[in-house]
Design a binder for this molecule. Structure first.
Ligand SMILES: Cc1ncc(COP(=O)(O)O)c(C=O)c1O
Length: 349
């Protein structure tokens, strides 16, 4: 059980024995969307007949995969695999394409689940340090491995890397390149065209962030049909339930709602960044729905984390190299942002 507790702490920012009540708490630690999902999603969920719940869902989520293929300009569902959230797809990629003992390459820092999954799988993890601007160092492209996981934009930095770097990586890396685009709708560009151009590219997306559906557990991966058919061999039989499949199709059909929410979040992100810079925090340029704030002064970042928590504001602190003097803060509503900035002013000024 060593990893399950670690996973909880890493993924949720959960502190055992210290979980606060969620009412009256400003929760800015897991990069959820502060705005509700599309009304069309809610309507699609309501339309589900009680009787249909007796039946198993479509094991292949074909309608959902077809909707994704159409939205992203791919010929059909054979280019897409659906996941119970993107985390399931990351785990699936590991068990489908890596053998124990293989090397898994990623950056440091990055989404901690890549390392956890590699270790659980008995694989070797090679974490290459990003440079001071959280960009890929030259040596990264020469690192050999079976799978490379690349967060773009990355977490917890919020920073993206140039598309040309991803192109170079796909062209030089001998194994598979998983491009984790969990936050890409908040960014200026994406790599959704890469699976068409590179046979080793897999692009993953989640509905937990831009689509405001973290509670629903929906993710997707796009890759060449030869790779998708391998995923389908190892996936759980009924990985997406009836409700998630219906919600996923409806969300894809109301892209405008998602884009409007993203626009609001990005506007607040810019205002939040501005406020943080004024308080003396360093803020690497975020292309995500969160910011990493760096603070080398007093009180130390960990104390700021605790002081915010005492005021009912939960952000993310990482007890990890290069991150001890940083906090990761999700972009909330404008009101939450005002309260956060006011609390920070009290704590650091
Ligand atoms: C970089 C990154 N990838 C993947 C995920 C997983 O998303 P999901 O909720 O779809 O499992 C997250 C969630 O926080 C994330 O930060």
């Amino acid at each position: 059980m060593k990893y399950s507790r670690r996973l909880l702490e890493q993924v949720q920012g959960y502190v055992p024995g210290e979980q606060p009540q969620t009412a009256n708490v400003i929760k800015l630690n897991t990069n959820e969307n502060p705005y509700p999902p599309s009304p069309k999603v809610i309507e699609a969920v309501r339309q589900i007949q009680a009787d249909s719940l007796r039946r198993y869902p479509d094991p292949l989520s074909v309608a959902f995969r077809a909707a994704c293929a159409e939205r992203y300009g791919y010929p059909g569902p054979e280019w897409v695999v659906a996941g119970n959230g993107m985390d399931e797809l990351l785990a699936m990629a590991m068990r489908t394409f890596a053998d124990p003992g293989d090397t898994v390459v990623t950056t440091y820092p990055t989404y901690t689940l890549y390392e956890t999954l590699a270790l659980l799988h008995g694989a070797r993890i090679e974490m290459v340090d990003l440079d001071d601007a959280f960009q890929l160092p030259p040596g990264f492209f020469e690192t050999p491995g079976r799978i490379c996981f690349l967060g773009r934009p990355n977490s917890p930095t919020g920073v993206s890397i140039p598309r040309e770097d991803v192109e170079r990586l796909c062209a030089t890396f001998k194994g598979l390149v998983v491009i984790d685009e969990a936050y890409v709708d908040f960014a200026g560009d994406h790599c959704m065209d890469f699976p068409r151009r590179f046979e080793n590219a897999i692009v993953m997306r989640t509905f937990s962030k831009s689509f405001s559906l973290a509670g629903m557990r929906i993710g997707l991966a796009v890759a060449r049909p030869e790779l998708i058919s391998e995923f389908l061999k190892t996936k759980d039989s009924y990985n997406l339930d009836i409700v998630s499949q219906a919600a996923g199709v409806a969300a894809m059909g109301d892209y405008e709602h998602m884009l409007a929410n993203v626009k609001r979040v990005c506007t607040t992100r810019d205002r939040l960044t501005d406020g943080l810079l004024r308080l003396g925090f360093a803020v690497p340029p975020s292309q995500s729905n969160f910011v990493l704030v760096q603070w080398k002064k007093t009180p130390p970042a960990k104390m700021i984390f605790t002081a915010l928590r005492a005021r009912g504001i939960i952000v993310r602190y990482f007890e990890a190299r290069r991150l001890q003097d940083a906090l990761r803060i999700s972009v909330g509503t404008d009101e939450e942002t005002d309260q956060l900035l006011a609390a920070l002013r009290e704590i650091v000024e």
